[in-house]
Design a binder for this molecule. Structure first.
Ligand SMILES: [Cu+2]
Length: 121
């Protein structure tokens, strides 16, 4: 029983990896970002989620978020680099990314809302 007892853990890890991989490739195909430096990119906040939750842009791009839900949300960088403050329905926030890297952000009101911006140089 000692060996077979480990399988549920292995399956759980495999599932997490699978879901993570799917999320990454899935959002990539929905990215409509123009290739040029400084192109605008829009993210919608609705149904307690950022859409797309993963967005890749080029250095110098401005990303804008619009809250389309009646519940208030924030766009807050995990490292504190940017913070929208509370966005009511219809409010918009934008941030220009001048350096390459991966920037994780979340909603301070709903910590389960997380997403990332990948900036490519
Ligand atoms: Cu929220």
């Amino acid at each position: 029983m000692g060996v077979s007892g480990r399988y549920p853990i292995v399956i759980a890890i495999a599932l997490v990896l699978f879901i993570t991989a799917c999320g990454g490739s899935g959002s990539e195909t929905t990215t409509t970002a123009g290739g040029g430096t400084g192109s605008a990119n829009s993210i919608t906040i609705d149904d307690f989620a950022y859409a797309p939750s993963e967005l890749t842009v080029s250095v110098g791009s401005t990303v804008s978020w619009t809250n389309e839900q009646s519940a208030s949300h924030t766009v807050t960088a995990d490292d504190g680099e940017f913070d929208s403050g509370t966005l009511a329905q219809g409010d918009e926030f934008s941030e220009t990314f001048g350096t390459a890297g991966t920037f994780a952000y979340h909603c301070t009101i709903h910590p389960s809302m997380t997403a990332t911006i990948t900036v490519e140089g």
